[in-house]
Design a protein around this ligand. Sequence first.
Ligand code: ZN
Length: 338
Amino acid sequence: MSNEYQYVLELFREDNTPVGRAEIIVDWEPAEEWAKFAALRSGLLSDGETARVLSIDPVWHREVGEPLLDGFRVNLAINGSRGAATDFTTDYFHRLALQASTAFIEKGRLAKGENIHYVAAAFPQKEIEQPEASGLQFTVEEVAPVLNIIESSLGLFMENSDLMGEARKEDAPVFIPRQVFEEASAITRQAGAKETGGILIGHLRRDREAGEIFLEVTAQIPARDAEADLTSLKFTPEVWTEVRAAIELRRRGEIMLGWWHSHPVREWCRECPVERQQKCAMASEFFSAHDRHLHRTIFPGAHSIALVANDTATDEVTFSAFGWRRGAVEPRGVYIVR
Ligand SMILES: [Zn+2]
């Protein structure tokens, strides 16, 4: 894969005075995964074919031109011959811009709470000297795992389910049985002050007529051996062994589609009055930096999803769903199967 550019962000205050420039190290994998999944969804990539990332190229600013960016393009080679490309906007660098602004605040060059905006640019990398080749040479071929996709009717799934949250065209539909929510609620309440969670398993399905790929979650496997405290959760190797064993026992050819975990908001906000707890930013659609890191590490695939069980001071546990959209983890809608 070739990427011959150094990407930088120029930060500006609200009144357009410059704050400074930050060289960024971009994590391209979520974008690459999104591009591969987009090729699969659009039918450019058929089942059993492989997609390899050829290059990531700057998309220069329409008016100003090089070195300013409108975004970047991920170029794929499908089965080693045909090409496919997906474009991303500079929104992809949003989190890096936040990190850069934190660094400028620490250096005293930016006041806390000041609004910033950013412009992205790219410059050709200086020639990097290649280490002298040793006797052994390896060719690393990045090959996308072949996903087993089952032909199914999307309409049939739609008929038997209710939407939770917002349905967006960019998101592949996700169906989750009511029972999974009920089980996760019960486990969440049992865990009390500790975070708890599990792995979501199921199938990838394709409706050729509708031209869409969708996910069917069939079950959740509780992560009994996960290490957890009040604010974070870690999946230990024992958890993966248990999930693999469960999948084998069920004999339905399921794959891991994502994970769920609880937020004991009642405990986090113990000191707050109930009314404020319910309006708290952590009470719904909250995905912490740790959650993001975990999702990026264990579920980088663009179809992967995460559910959060919000245990607030109300009668029922509520749920928020998250997934990859254009390489970023965002709140998303899911369908609850009746
Ligand atoms: Zn969390």
